[in-house]
Design a protein. Structure first.
Length: 423
């Protein structure tokens, strides 16, 4: 069929691309329902997203589409309550604005380190970035252990692209006021967010799908993409021709599926690394423990890096009198789910979030490609693969197609942009 576009991947990026194209496309999704990471499972009255997904929308057109169409009448606006648990104390996120309550020595380390930081330090890696902008105390007590737990490498091994732009930078006044308990609460890029009243975050993907008219196929896994012959082959052997193609699956997976990709491109793709995340989902009776939407755990004694509490964002996500938690572990390579479930329960008991290990729901799910690793090979390897795809006339979109750290809104925007470029 001339003019037909094939879109590979039915997450937000693929769906947004399909909506923007409007016609003459086939969207191929490997799983049995669309949404990608934006899906919600209901288990014994608890709704679990595929880990916490809170919606921040800045683009005016996206805000309008989300609030007036895809989630019309179905939005809660939530004031963020993000905490940090460290040295036995709950403090407010971001750490650098809220030292109050921590041990005096930690506060002194952070304040003195901030004052004495070298604001001219050259930035060759994430460690330099943190030391230059926040100083040694913040680095040692929060930024280094947290990032190293999340990315499973040292901050020296992370390149400056790793996410410094998301880190709120305080003034000395902010640090001192935070140490004295006089800080403002609403610091950072996500001080308020949207979340669906009903249906969990998957209702966003469903709303978007209902705005897509065209050929959306599920259980359609693409095995190979042949740019020269303009066709894709599915796992069931079927071949589909295309005039144009938009890929939203992970960039390394694209490279391995490309027919006749040069060895240099395959080699570059093999340098692209990511960490996996296993989320332990817990449904429990509410024991009145600390309230938060999500909390960060920098200390090595906790093997998880973050705990979300979905039912605190929207009580409809848990039965009356209950609370839900999503305990997130990052890893590279295989893990033993039962061990992580046990560690999650131990951690929840230790922090006073559940009374005992006798919970109502406990299960674990793994996201194999969760966080792109911004190591020193990242920029060159990514550019090599993207340049080759561009030269073949192949568009990529989405968090994993573009191989970046980005949000749901970014995925929607990049899908829209890919469609507009095709047009
Ligand atoms: C732990 C974690 C927490 C997050 N929290 C937030 C948050 O709070 N707020 C926020 O805005 N964003 C959050 N995000 C980011 C958000 O999930 C992503 O930006 C967004 O969902 C990416 O959408 P996508 O379409 O680009 O990719 P995906 O959702 O990964 O979609 C890609 C699709 O391609 C399909 N696919 C893969 N291979 C094939 C194949 N061979 N053939 C056909 N189909 C295939 C997959 O099944 C999938 O459906 C989070 C991400 C993670 C990992």
């Amino acid at each position: 069929m001339p003019g037909r576009t094939v879109i590979v991947g039915g997450g937000l990026a693929g769906l947004s691309c399909a909506r923007e194209l409007g016609r003459d496309f086939v969207l191929l999704e490997a799983e049995d329902r669309v949404g990608g990471l934006v899906r919600t499972d209901v288990v014994e009255g608890f709704s679990f997203d595929w880990t916490g997904h809170w919606l921040h929308a800045r683009d005016p057109e996206m805000r309008e589409l989300i609030s007036s169409r895809w989630l019309a009448g179905n939005i809660l606006e939530v004031q963020r309550r993000a905490l940090i648990f460290s040295e036995g104390v709950w403090t407010t996120f971001p750490y650098q604005f809220h030292l109050h309550g921590l041990p005096a020595q930690t506060i002194a380390d952070c304040v003195i380190g901030f004052v004495e930081r070298d604001a001219e330090r050259p930035v060759r890696n994430a460690a330099d970035f943190v030391l230059r902008h926040l100083g040694e105390g913040f680095a040692r007590h929060f930024m280094f252990p947290y990032n190293e737990k999340l990315y499973r490498v040292s901050c020296e091994e992370l390149s400056p692209e790793w996410g410094g732009r998301f880190i709120p930078r305080p003034s000395l006044t902010d640090v001192v006021r935070g140490a004295l308990g006089l800080s403002r609460d609403e610091v950072g890029y996500n001080a308020t967010f949207w979340y669906p009243r009903n249906g969990g975050i998957e209702s966003l993907a469903r709303g978007l799908l209902s705005d897509v008219s065209g050929d959306v196929r599920v259980s359609a896994r693409v095995e190979s993409i042949d740019p020269a012959r303009h066709h894709v082959r599915l796992a069931n052997g079927e071949e589909l021709s295309f005039e144009q193609v938009v890929l939203t699956i992970p960039l390394p997976a694209i490279a391995t599926r490309l027919v006749n990709a040069p060895p240099a491109v395959r080699e570059a793709a093999s340098w692209l690394q990511a960490v996996s995340v296993t989320v332990v989902e817990i449904g429990a009776r509410d024991n009145g423990g600390e309230r938060f939407h999500w909390a960060y755990f920098p200390e090595a004694r906790f093997p998880f890096y973050r705990i979300g509490s979905p039912s605190q964002v929207n009580p409809a996500l848990a039965p009356d009198g209950c609370r839900s938690f999503a305990v997130e572990f990052s890893h590279r390579g295989p893990i033993e789910k039962e061990r992580l479930i046990a560690q999650a329960l131990d951690g929840l008991v230790e922090c006073g979030l559940i009374a005992d290990r006798d919970v109502l729901v406990r299960r674990a799910r793994t996201i194999p490609v969760a966080y792109v690793l911004f190591d020193h090979a990242y920029a060159k390897a990514r550019a090599t693969v993207l340049d080759y795809l561009s030269a073949q006339g192949i568009q990529v979109a989405g968090r994993y197609g573009l191989w970046e750290y980005s949000s749901m809104e970014d995925a929607l925007l990049s899908g829209r942009e890919a469609a507009r470029k095709l047009a």
